[in-house]
Design a protein around this ligand. Structure first.
Ligand code: APR
Length: 292
């Protein structure tokens, strides 16, 4: 399975073996990603589209051309379903990612950068498009080692990053702060909190455990404040079940209506952080026993 990362930037500047274009069936250029790739890559790309795809490309299919003046070696064009025009078959969107990886394998490409196919002009609901991309890439047998999901907008980048950390959490090293997050507590209808839990786990995947619990607590609570935008201390006197304390974070909202994508700071103050500190104490206690 390739390593999947979220990247905030412009797809045309990605220095990878192949970048993926969100094309249309005609394969003669367009707007959005398509327009940017043709504008930055130059006329060689259009010439290759005409030569290699005289009859265009079917929705869900993919094919490659030269990358012209782009930093990438090849462009893999794929045509997403047009949600706005009523094409709602998710398997066609999934096919874009699977076929693009097949073409990358034909090319021997080892690094590929994707935009979020169909989420611009074609209007596919973004949270579901992100899930479809990650699920399909993670499930596809491919020799591609690195896949970037590139967003030109920071809010979209955060949403992709949170979804990757939720669906494909990175390995955490032993003796790291991230290792304290290995087992998730049962969330009692706290919908956005698993996203925050996984995000903290990923952020601390390589952070060595500090020597004392107060440093650990400060590290965790400062990071929660940075992600959520509000200090945990503000909510320590709020009862954990007070739903008015819910803070909505768009990047934690999978968009299927069930989840408010909300984080409940009172739960973190009363339960989440104490659980982590207790695990730290148990770990330190076991190490102390081993040292004796
Ligand atoms: N880099 C990264 N992402 C980008 C860039 C860029 N330079 N430009 C746009 N995006 C984002 C958009 O914000 C959107 O989230 O890429 C996603 C795909 O948007 P579109 O390019 O509009 O692609 P799509 O929704 O699949 O529609 C394809 O639009 O541009 C035409 O010719 C294209 O007809 C085709 C249709």
């Amino acid at each position: 399975m390739p390593v999947i990362t979220a990247v905030l930037g412009d797809i045309t500047t990605q220095d990878v073996d192949a970048i993926v274009n969100a094309a249309n069936k005609a394969m003669r250029g367009g707007g959005g990603v398509d327009g940017a790739i043709h504008a930055c890559g130059g006329p060689a790309i259009l010439r290759d589209c005409i030569a290699r795809f005289p009859n265009g490309l079917a929705t869900g299919d993919a094919g490659w051309t030269t990358a012209g003046d782009l930093p990438a070696w090849r462009v893999i064009h794929t045509v997403g379903p047009n949600y706005r025009a009523g094409q709602r078959d998710r398997s066609l969107l999934e096919a874009c990612y699977r076929r693009a990886l097949d073409v990358a394998d034909e090319l021997g490409a080892r690094s590929v950068a994707f935009p979020l196919i169909s989420t611009g002009v074609y209007g596919w609901p973004r949270a579901d498009a992100i899930a479809a991309a990650i699920e399909t890439i993670a499930a596809t047998r491919t020799r591609v080692a690195e896949v970037r999901l590139v967003a030109s907008d920071e809010a979209v980048y955060k949403q992709i990053r949170a979804a990757i950390w939720l669906q494909c959490p990175p390995l955490v090293g032993t003796g790291t702060v991230g290792s304290l997050f290995e087992r998730e507590p049962i969330q009692y209808s706290l919908r956005g909190d698993p996203y925050l839990w996984r995000e903290l786990r990923a952020r601390f995947a390589d952070t060595p455990l500090p020597g004392d619990w107060f440093t650990l607590r400060t590290l965790i609570t400062d990071t929660i404040a940075q992600v959520v935008g509000e200090p945990l201390a503000n909510r320590e006197s709020t009862p954990w079940h007070d739903s008015t304390a819910a803070i909505h974070l768009p990047e934690f909202d999978p968009g299927h209506g069930m989840s408010a994508g909300a984080v409940h700071l009172p739960w973190w103050a009363h339960t989440g952080v104490p659980i982590l500190l207790d695990r730290y104490a148990a770990l330190r206690g076991s190490e102390a026993v081993q040292d004796d």
